[in-house]
Design a protein around this ligand. Structure first.
Ligand code: GLV
Length: 321
């Protein structure tokens, strides 16, 4: 039997693939910044034994139906809402993701975004680069304090806990909401379980870290924003689909909340003329939560190690199915 054929849906560096070259026959989409066209993915899937894909690929029933030999889809992300896991199961395909390796990096970015939105960092940088800084003034670009405030973390998984550890360092009171209560985390980190509505009412910073599922779809809707403090800042680093973006825009324009920091959007890339991008009190980033060189490299290696485990007949390291 020849080496398993692995289709990689984006160009990744040769030195990362090198240690695996003896085990696999790699085929790869040549785009660095451009996702694989759908027809190419479907054609390549037909002869692939494994696929290493990004969150930009919708790996749905159509892909599984086209792929006759497929054993594993290794998703380079912790979230896997781009993959139809039920269809994978029906086709006996293992799906893996990349938890743990990106936890701390994503928590760093979450805090960076929270700080940037709170202290108006992007607005302030633009103020100076637009050559508008003529005088120091008492309330020039005055933002909100972070230290000593209340953070409400919605979705207390690994990244939520890592954000909570950072918040502790800032002397924040930490509320969290999660599908299930986490007693050990409460004891270890001194965080308080709070019903969703109460968290919205009380938090100065509401941080969304929930995965995208049928239950979380648009959970931050008009009603949710209306429950927040008028001084609240909303941060989303999970998936854009958990937010009703129209409702967020309304809440911001009607001063129902003070600001937002968004790393993810309902449709990515977000259109340049999207109303949220026109708002000074919203900091928007292009889905870079886990984007450090070290972490992105670890994520790719974890995908490759998952592929290697499955084709060696071992259990996958980080399966989701
Ligand atoms: C990124 O959004 C991820 O899910 O890893």
């Amino acid at each position: 039997m020849g080496k398993p054929v692995i289709y990689i849906t984006r160009k990744i560096p040769d030195d990362i693939l090198q240690p695996y070259q003896d085990s696999f026959n790699f085929r790869m989409w040549a785009g660095v910044d451009v996702p694989v066209p759908r027809d190419v993915l479907l054609r390549e899937a037909a002869s692939a034994d494994g696929i290493l894909c990004l969150l930009t690929e919708k790996v749905n029933r159509e892909v599984f139906a086209a792929a006759n030999n497929l054993k594993i889809v290794a998703n380079m992300a912790v979230g896997y809402d781009n993959i139809d896991v039920d269809a994978a199961r029906e086709h006996n395909v293992v799906v893996t993701n990349t938890p743990d390796v990106l936890t701390e990096t994503t928590a760093d970015l979450t805090f960076a975004l929270l700080m940037a939105a709170a202290r108006r960092i992007v607005e302030a940088e633009k103020y100076i680069s637009d050559d508008r800084w003529k005088h120091w003034s008492p309330y020039l670009l005055a933002g909100s304090d972070v230290h000593g405030k209340k953070i409400g973390i919605v979705g207390m998984g690994r990244i939520g806990e890592a954000v909570a550890r950072r918040a502790k360092g800032f002397g924040m009171t930490i509320l969290y909401h999660n599908r299930s209560r986490k007693n050990q985390t409460e004891q270890e980190l001194g965080v308080f379980y709070t019903e969703f509505e109460e968290l919205l009412n009380k938090a100065d910073y509401v941080v969304s870290l929930v995965p995208m599922t049928d239950e979380t779809k648009k959970m931050f809707d008009r009603k949710a924003f209306q429950k927040m403090k008028s001084t609240a800042i909303f941060i989303n680093v999970s998936r854009g689909g958990v937010v009703d973006e129209g409702a967020l825009h309304d809440a911001l324009t009607e001063n129902e909340i003070r600001g937002a920091g968004l790393d993810v959007f309902e449709n990515e890339p977000i259109a340049a003329d999207h109303p949220l991008l026109q708002m000074q009190n919203v900091v928007c980033l292009p889905h870079i939560g886990s984007a450090s060189i070290e972490t992105r490299t670890k994520m790719l290696k974890l995908c490759l190690d998952n592929l290697a485990a499955v084709f060696d007949g071992d259990d996958p390291i980080t399966p989701v199915t």
